[in-house]
Design a protein around this ligand. Structure first.
Ligand code: ADP
Ligand code: GLC
Length: 508
């Protein structure tokens, strides 16, 4: 594709046609924060009058929730024998929704990425390669929709083949690739690369090959017209060996096209003044009502109902990223502190689930662990806890600390990624200035986390009203979507105005 668009600057006020591609989206299917973003950024862009359409795989749960649906096309896609149906429906806020229906690949209930045994589905490469090819068909107006987007917004490795597949097309839309988490890359064997019948020229050091394997995420990183991640700090971190997983060279090479845009959150869904899942509504003018939620949470989790106990909450995937090992190391110590309670909700890696369940049973008095996924309980933990634990080893953005802030639940976070960008550590001066919002620690170690928790406990038990001030400052922060949505629009325009010329020659 040549750079002819540069000669005719586009009207940056005109509505854009945007195809938003993701492997999960609230309220249809969710395993983590990607779903929150895919469910709330498109409505924010729709409010700004852009023609945004969402495309997802047709998992059974999604089909069930998205009805009525109609079949709008039959697609014959490379590397796949069966015809694929394209279904069309509507998401909330009148957002058109496309579902890629290939029952032999997506017709499985439960988690979209892993089977009931906790392991990745063995055909994930085929599943998401097919998803990418269907996205490309819609993007090139080859799916009978009489609609060609100006930009395809790809998210994470499951959409990573879209930029390289589009790259060789003449009249293609621009592409933005958003990295929500560089730790998940979609790595498969060379044999699978051949099986997928991907263009042979993509098998190169400058293409999809990564240490002898096929890397889906590398497709997005090497070929997209623009790249971004979900916080400014993580955008810097991934250009270093510590956070780059060997992709830092490529990311540094493309740094002029890489930026960080902080996620927003949906303040309608996460609103303590109107949350249907919590017992007592409250806001920053009625902070004292929060304690009713605390008592209810204690009751629900089988803990003593004690308003004066210091209640620490955790909600999240139980994986190494989240610093669960640090919490596990501290559990015996936390169990010994009278008047401290800990509530944890999560699911993930089996050894973390087992270790936490064991610990929960041993410390019945003050530690309550709920293994599983429970959206409503997550809201009640946000509403009822005094502090929220997020000791992540890395955190591209993190949404739970943002929900916590809005619910007056003071976050305890490690200074990394989006946590560093959204939580302001308590110091005497920042308290006086009215901008402290939480407790921030540096080293990814149990002793450093312990110091931060101790600091929070001491602060909580002070006789003055500083705790309330700290929590209320957090409640008044604004991490809503509009300002981030405008930054995404800027990225879309930059991608359209300055596409990657063909061929690319990135250094891996
Ligand atoms: P990540 O995307 O890395 O998992 P985020 O903080 O960005 O982390 O987002 C996690 C989202 O998933 C939040 O909305 C959180 O409430 C939700 N979540 C994670 N685990 C659970 C669970 N076990 N039950 C309910 N909600 C969960
Ligand atoms: C990822 C990250 C998380 C981020 C979310 C949404 O799953 O781990 O930090 O908030 O994506 O962008």
């Amino acid at each position: 594709m040549d750079n002819i668009t540069n000669l005719f600057p586009i009207d940056t006020q005109a509505p854009l046609k945007i195809l938003f591609a993701a492997s999960e989206a609230q309220p249809l299917i969710k395993t983590g924060g990607l779903a929150d973003v895919a469910g709330s950024l498109p409505p924010a862009l729709r409010h700004l009058n852009h023609d945004i359409r969402l495309i997802l795989p047709a998992y059974p749960e999604v089909v069930e929730k998205a009805i009525p649906l109609k079949e709008v096309a039959t697609l014959y896609l490379g590397g796949h024998l069966e015809p694929v149906r394209l279904l069309s429906g509507t998401l909330s806020e009148h957002i058109p929704l496309y579902l890629v229906d290939a029952p032999e690949l997506f017709g499985r209930p439960g988690n979209p990425y892993v089977g009931p045994d906790g392991h990745d589905w063995p055909d994930n490469a085929q599943r998401f390669a097919l998803f990418c090819r269907a996205i490309v068909a819609v993007a090139l107006n080859q799916a009978g929709q009489n609609w060609q987007p100006d930009i395809v917004h790809c998210n994470d490795w499951q959409t990573g083949l879209v930029p390289p597949l589009l790259h060789y097309e003449g009249n293609r839309p621009a592409t933005l690739f958003t990295i929500h988490n560089l730790a998940y890359q979609g790595i498969f064997s060379h044999t699978l690369f051949q099986k997928l019948q991907l263009p042979a020229e993509l098998w190169s050091h400058n293409g999809l090959e990564f240490h002898g394997n096929l890397s889906f995420i590398k497709g997005g990183l090497a070929f997209a017209d623009r790249l971004n991640t979900v916080s400014p700090t993580y955008a810097h971190e991934i250009c270093t060996p510590e956070f780059g997983y060997g992709l830092e060279g490529l990311l540094r090479h493309r740094q002029d096209r890489l930026s960080g845009v902080l996620n927003g959150i949906d303040y309608h869904y996460w609103n303590p003044a109107a949350d249907p899942y919590i017992h007592q509504h409250f806001d920053h003018n009625a902070f004292e009502l929060k304690r009713i939620n605390k008592r209810q949470l204690q009751k629900e989790m089988g803990l003593p109902q004690d308003e004066h106990a210091f209640l620490l909450g955790y909600v999240g995937r139980l994986v190494e990223q989240k610093g669960i090992d640090l919490v596990l190391e501290l559990l015996p110590k936390l169990a010994r502190i009278e008047s401290l309670q800990l509530v944890m909700l999560g699911s993930g890696v089996t050894h973390f689930e087992d270790a936490l369940s064991d610990a929960g049973e041993r410390h019945l008095g003050n530690i309550a662990i709920h293994i599983g996924y429970n959206e409503q309980l997550a809201h009640r933990i946000e509403a009822g806890s005094d502090c929220f634990l997020m000791p992540s080893r890395f955190e591209p953005c993190g949404l739970n600390q943002l929900y916590s802030l809005r619910y007056g639940t003071v976050p305890i976070v490690r200074r990394t990624g989006g946590l560093a960008d959204t939580v302001v550590d308590v110091t005497a001066q920042r308290l006086l200035d009215g901008n402290a919002t939480g407790f921030v620690f540096d080293a990814p170690t149990a002793p450093a986390l312990w110091e931060a928790i101790k600091h929070a406990i001491e602060f909580y038990h002070r006789p003055d009203s500083w705790w309330q001030k700290l929590a209320i400052t957090g409640m008044q922060q604004d991490f809503s979507w509009p300002s981030s949505a405008i930054q995404y629009l800027d990225l879309y325009h930059e991608a359209i105005l300055n596409p990657v010329p063909n061929p690319v020659s990135p250094a891996a």
